[in-house]
Ligand binder design. Structure first.
Ligand code: RVP
Length: 497
């Protein structure tokens, strides 16, 4: 007979935290948000520790190289989506690893034979007004000049004017050479009142541009997540079909950590994938998922996973529960898996970090997930709202929105994501195509979210995530107390009544 669980499947919004004693030293500034992402033995350090407990979802609409750079600068990590050709995904990884904070690989390049029309089109597309002129029009070609807004007059210059006729030529440029430090580059920028300094190698090939504003920004990102060579860190999703080709390409691009992307990870396909990677690339770090209970968690741990991702059907764009009738309320799933993780640690001395994936709607849900035992959370909808995500921004009525679609939607073409073999996965959708409100820059939004997390942790008297997991007190809320929790029985000033 089937097993029928008596417990209700619960979501984050059904819980609240009770405050604990806030000691005087438990101020928001004193709260440490670092958290492990890879397994480690008792008394040892994890190979990778996040500086904030947040990663971005393995989704076309969310995690490309630009978002990965912005998030790593703030201390988190992106998993670049795998529903794309192997070489394109590896190239995104390479772009993040090549990004030296303050040193930017130029994304706006032309050759001398391009025209003013091309320059304007690039400016429109990238939003950047400093354009490098190289012999082959690429970011690493021989530098022949620079075009900025000061080099042409739209009212006077014809659109078919050749770049060679109006660029500032190499002989008139001030440049730096590879090996220069950011602070030395910044001194040159200030001394010569430049907006950008091109950095070239001994053969005059362009390597980077250093912008005046990026130096300031670099100083403002104390939590940057960097590897031991001081490069930003980045993760990548993989699937259970083409991993024998995809994984070596990603490792070649120097990805820091992998994660199998699947809506249901309790499968032999996933075990085979993880075991293959562990056998062939013993140093590679790989997470598995998604699971929603003790059995699924243990299966992936025994397969060799470095972390386990939890959650089925809770994602904002996800309709897996409606379509297939599988899943579990996100809170119940995290609570059970965290218990299994703690018992496993008690028994073996090996700690396996867990990630709560999907269903975070309010900032306080992140803190709830951590209090319930998650070591970090994965979010899609949250990041899809920002400038840095690759999805299109469109105007709807009087406001801007960004497109957001599930990896299981037709739009993402069900790119080899489902671990059931055969062709069953193409017959119906498990995700929708939607919009989310546009919210501006990642950093500005993330700072608010992090300050709320720190403030809640301060109220709970917890100076670290581990401390929160050990001491948090959670209560269930009734539907009437939910109403009590919002503004109620008043007339809001901007309402019509
Ligand atoms: P959310 O943050 O609530 O938008 O959820 C994002 C998560 O939803 C992803 O990390 C993934 O686990 C899940 N997802 C992505 N696509 C789909 C789908 O099409 N069903 N689900």
């Amino acid at each position: 007979m089937a097993i029928i669980y008596p417990d209700i499947s619960r979501t984050f919004s059904e819980y609240l935290l009770l405050p604990n004693l806030t000691t005087k030293d438990c101020t928001p500034e004193n709260i440490d948000l670092r958290t492990p992402i890879t397994k480690f033995a008792k008394g040892e350090k994890p190979a990778i520790t996040l500086n904030i407990p947040i990663v971005s979802a393995i989704m076309q609409a969310v995690s490309n190289d630009t978002l990965a750079i912005a998030l790593a600068k703030c201390g988190g990590l992106s998993f670049i989506y795998c529903s794309q050709p192997i070489e394109e995904q590896a190239e995104m990884v390479r772009k993040v690893k090549k990004h030296k904070s303050g040193f930017v690989v130029s994304d706006s390049n032309v050759s001398v034979n391009h025209t003013l029309r091309d320059v304007l089109a690039i400016k429109e597309k990238t939003g950047h007004s400093t354009i490098a002129v190289t012999d082959d029009g690429t970011a690493n070609g021989k530098l022949l000049g620079i075009v900025t807004g000061r080099d042409y007059r739209l009212s006077r210059d014809p659109l078919d004017k050749k770049v060679s006729e109006f660029m500032t030529p190499f002989k008139d440029l001030i440049v730096g050479y590879v090996g220069i430090t950011l602070s030395e580059a910044n001194d040159i920028i200030w001394e010569h009142k430049l907006n950008a300094l091109p950095i070239i190698d001994k053969d005059q090939r362009l390597q980077y541009l250093v912008f005046r504003k990026d130096y300031e920004e670099h100083k403002q990102n104390p939590l940057q997540l960097m590897d031991d060579k001081k490069r930003l860190m980045v993760g990548a999703g993989i699937n259970t079909r083409d991993y024998k080709e995809r994984v070596p390409a990603l490792l070649e691009a120097e990805v820091d950590i992998l994660c199998v992307d699947s809506s249901d990870g309790f499968s032999e396909y996933q075990r085979e994938t993880i075991q293959y990677i562990k056998e062939n690339y013993p140093d590679a770090k790989i997470g598995g998922g998604n699971v929603v209970d003790r059995e699924g968690f243990m299966y992936l741990v025994e397969s060799g996973a470095d972390f386990v991702k939890v959650g089925i059907g809770g994602g904002s764009i996800c309709i897996t529960r409606e379509q297939k009738g599988i899943g579990r309320g996100q809170a119940s799933a995290v609570i059970e898996v965290a218990q299994a993780r703690d018992e496993y640690f008690e028994k073996t001395g090996i700690y396996i970090p867990i990630c709560s994936d999907g269903g975070i709607v309010h900032d306080y849900h992140v803190t709830l997930a951590l209090a319930m035992g998650a070591d970090f959370v994965m979010m899609g909808r949250y990041f899809a709202r920002f400038d840095e995500s690759p999805n299109k921004k469109v105007k709807r009525g009087n406001s801007y929105v960004k497109e957001y679609w599930g990896e299981g939607s037709n739009r993402a073409r069900n790119w080899q994501r489902y671990d059931q073999g055969g062709s069953v996965h193409m017959k119906f959708e498990e995700g929708v195509d939607s919009y989310v409100p546009y919210a501006g820059k990642l950093k500005d939004n993330l700072e608010v979210t992090l300050s709320k997390i720190r403030s809640t942790m301060s109220s709970c008297g917890a100076k670290s995530i581990k401390h929160l997991q050990e001491t948090a007190r959670l209560v269930l809320v009734s539907s009437t107390s939910l109403i009590e929790g919002g503004a109620h029985d008043i007339i809001l000033k901007d309402s019509e009544y």
